[in-house]
Design a binder for this molecule. Structure first.
Ligand code: DGP
Length: 114
């Protein structure tokens, strides 16, 4: 059995509030939302983090960015603005070692992040 939590969510072995699915990516709501909209976008293919992205993933990441923009419009956060962020490694606070992007919006955000 695959031990990766996000692989298991992508395979629908672990329940999640899925808001988008294609052949290559899945979007689902974060279990611990940090903003009114907090969606995680993951590649179905297991990649540990942005550190491990290779050229072959370029098309999938293009789709992921277009999906983020589409979901931002669908969530009604496009006008106010949104953030798309991926954490790599312990200093950034990466806790799940499967490439994912946080789509956050619906409130004023600070910069730099904490
Ligand atoms: P990061 O810290 O960048 O690795 O983000 C991991 C995110 O994953 C964190 O915001 C919480 C979320 N998360 C962890 N476990 C689950 C889960 O079982 N379901 C859902 N929907 N989100 C989860």
């Amino acid at each position: 059995m695959n031990e990766c939590l996000f692989c298991r969510i992508a395979a629908r072995e672990v329940p999640a509030d899925v808001v988008h699915e294609s052949d290559h990516i899945v979007g689902f709501r974060d279990i611990n939302p940090q903003a009114p909209t907090h969606i995680l976008l993951i590649t179905k293919e297991h990649v540990s983090s942005a550190r491990d992205v290779d050229e072959d993933l370029g098309k999938v990441l293009g789709e992921l960015f277009r999906t983020a923009a589409h979901l931002a419009r669908a969530e009604g956060i496009d006008e106010g603005g949104w953030r798309l962020v991926t954490n790599v490694g312990p200093d950034a606070g990466q806790s799940v070692h499967h490439l994912h992007f946080h789509l956050l919006g619906g409130r004023q955000m600070d910069w730099p992040p904490g």
